[in-house]
Design a protein around this ligand. Sequence first.
Ligand code: ZN
Length: 279
Amino acid sequence: MNHIIFLGDSYTWGEGLELFIEKDKWIKQRKKISNYDDLIKVKDEESETFREQNRFASIVAKHFEMVEVVNRKNGGSLSDNFKLLEHFEKKTGMSSVNAIIVQLSHFYRTPIHLTSNCKCTFCKTLPDYPISSIIHDIVENNSNDFNKNMILNSFKKTEIDVEFMDWFWKWVNWIERFCYDLLEFKLKKYEDMGIPVLFIDSWDVEDSYVHTRKYIVDRIIPLIGDDGKLYKKWVDFEKSFDGTFCINDYFKNTNNHHPSLRTHQYIAKSIIKKLEEIL
Ligand SMILES: [Zn+2]
């Protein structure tokens, strides 16, 4: 059996897709707030199967008569993705892998030492402690918002001195560069084995800029918008849908902003188009 590996976060995992099941249970659920924590409480075998079969990864793999490899766990940091890759390599030797698709997320989710296996005192005390938590702790803000402006504003409210702030941002920028250098280094190893690597832009506007990196630019998948045009930037792809892009656009009470069933089909179509050019 041939495989395609999909690395990403909740977008790749297919969060919220079960809300499109046309059955009473899910039609009722659409009227409530339905984020991950809410959905996990009401999931069942049917909803798990529906989510897994309708996410873009499965549509792509099915098209090529291959099997998709997706992290079982929702969410996703770079360290989770490395773990999945390395685990699969150990198990199979990668000879069955035809492509690696990386849906870029947000580097703040990555643990400080870039792996959840780090044995240092800090990581042993706080395993899987992401960079975002360090930022939150420093600015004493418990929000899950990763926006840099929000963090800067929180800094202004606290009594952290300017010198520290300056040092802190240098550290964040350094670690961000290091994260993507490491990602590039790890993925090149698989390219050397003859496995193509492709990227999907990050949904996060601020992280989207990493695609000025030549390695990523050269491997980005143009996404087919609702207007039929091709978009390399996620934000432009999203705009082309005019209010039918995310789950919340269909079911206003869910507050779930993950891609809709239809958007998953568009992402799949875009990946298939790109893979057909190179495979
Ligand atoms: Zn560590």
